[in-house]
Design a protein around this ligand. Structure first.
Ligand SMILES: Cc1cc2nc3c(=O)[nH]c(=O)nc-3n(C[C@H](O)[C@H](O)[C@H](O)COP(=O)(O)OP(=O)(O)OC[C@H]3O[C@@H](n4cnc5c(N)ncnc54)[C@H](O)[C@@H]3O)c2cc1C
Length: 382
């Protein structure tokens, strides 16, 4: 096993691999990715719904997503590997004046940043999303630059492109400890031996805090279970059926194979490393979906699963160096948006590590914002 590296990336999910690719492109030196599982991308990335949207409320989230969408639309040209990015759009259904006021303000900000997003009347909704009940909807937002990406394409693309640039990727290699001296990283311990390195990139997703704790520090990232249900084939769902978010219900759905993928944010779930499928949670998703799409009454359930969000107190990611441990860099806490932010996050993290100006301003994503109390919450989360 490798005995030394210039940087070790902990986690072979979408964030770790996007960072590895971008660091390698900047010729950072010897880069090693360590992943505890047998397969890359089998953590939160494999559980995700594939949604890619720039319709956020905060400037930094909008900018991160817009950069990611640009990269995703040119993924093959950038990495040499193809990846599906279906720009079928994202639609937020608004059913009261408070939602309309909040989203109208956000649309203004998004448009000012160059996002092609608009408010549409209820009678236009079924043109894009047939069978969706609209009698209680007063407006919807629509952005046809948003859409869906295939997490596996992105994992394989970034992994292959990283390997081609000389990155070493070690699977079934679990980090069990971090070596430090005078609060400075000197290496990692794994189940397969130690690697000396001056830089660790924490890309461990829901396990980010566990990794930070190994170095004697902490980071406010909690694992929170989220569930998904998929339906059998539905004849009203075409290839351009958008991602639809029912804001009041906290429900979202989009085309998945010939049916629909349904998800819902159960905000009563407490943080825990629990990925079991809770039948009550599943029932809740189905009931909410039936209420919004009555035509689902005869649809069969094809699958359901649970995965972990990696949640920060303000629902913004943490990107930047640890304030306490020299040589520990965080790319964590995407709070349910890590797939859509990965292309931009990998790029800006690599830029920051290499001392370059970052393509997107990430100063508001520094870890010390919590200590300084300068946080602003992203409230458009599902
Ligand atoms: C149900 C669900 C739906 C979602 N839907 C969306 C969506 O539509 N759009 C979107 O953008 N995001 C979505 N997300 C969020 C998205 O999946 C995550 O934000 C993203 O995958 C995080 O990527 P990651 O690489 O940080 O984490 P992960 O994919 O979890 O990768 C971290 C890796 O670190 C490894 N690891 C952990 N500890 C160690 C260790 N000690 N040693 C070695 N390796 C270790 C893990 O095995 C794992 O492979 C969803 C998440 C869930 C659960």
């Amino acid at each position: 096993m490798t005995r030394n590296a210039d940087a070790v990336i902990i986690g072979g999910g979408i964030i770790g691999l996007a960072a590895a690719f971008n660091l390698a492109k900047f010729k950072f030196g010897k880069i090693v990715v360590v992943e505890k599982e047998m397969f890359l991308g089998s953590g939160a990335t494999s559980k995700c719904a594939g949604g890619i949207r720039a319709q956020f409320f905060s400037k930094s989230n909008i900018e991160m997503s817009m950069k990611s969408e640009e990269i995703l639309a040119n993924f093959e040209a950038i990495t040499g590997y193809p990846a599906i990015f279906n720009q079928c759009g994202y639609m937020f259904l608004l059913s009261n004046e408070k939602e309309l006021a909040d989203f109208s303000k956000a649309v203004e900000l998004q448009q000012s940043l160059g996002l092609p997003v608009e408010l549409i009347d209820p009678d236009q909704i079924n043109k894009y999303a047939p069978e969706v009940r609209i009698d209680d909807i007063i407006k919807a937002t629509l952005c046809l630059q948003d859409g869906l990406a295939d997490p596996n394409d992105l994992i394989q693309g970034y992994a292959s492109a990283s390997r081609a640039l000389g990155v070493e990727i070690l699977v079934e290699t679990e980090v069990t400890g971090i070596n430090t001296s005078n609060n400075t990283v000197t290496g990692i311990k794994t189940n397969k031996g130690e690697i000396d390195c001056p830089l660790i990139i924490n890309a461990a997703g829901p396990f980010a805090k566990v990794i930070a704790q190994m170095a004697g520090t902490s980071i406010p990232v909690e694992p929170v279970r989220r569930q998904i249900v998929t339906t059998a084939a539905l004849d009203f769902v075409g290839p351009k059926f958008p991602m639809v978010v029912d804001v009041k219900a906290g429900l979202y759905f989009h085309r998945e194979a010939p049916g629909l993928l349904l998800g819902w944010a159960d905000n009563s779930v407490e943080p825990a490393f629990d990925e079991s499928v809770d039948p009550d949670y599943t029932d809740n998703i189905i009931m909410k979906a039936l209420d919004r799409i009555p035509a689902l009454e005869t649809a069969g359930v094809s699958n359901s699963w649970a995965g972990l969000y990696e949640v920060t107190p303000d629902h913004h990611a943490i990107i930047g160096p640890s304030q306490e441990i020299t040589g520990m860099f965080y790319i964590n806490g995407f709070s349910g948006h890590g797939l859509m932010h990965a292309p931009a996050a990998g790029l800006v993290a690599a830029e920051a590590i290499c001392g370059k100006e970052t393509t997107v301003d990430i100063s508001s994503l520094a870890e010390d914002r919590f200590e300084k109390g300068v946080i602003s919450e992203e409230t458009n989360v599902i």
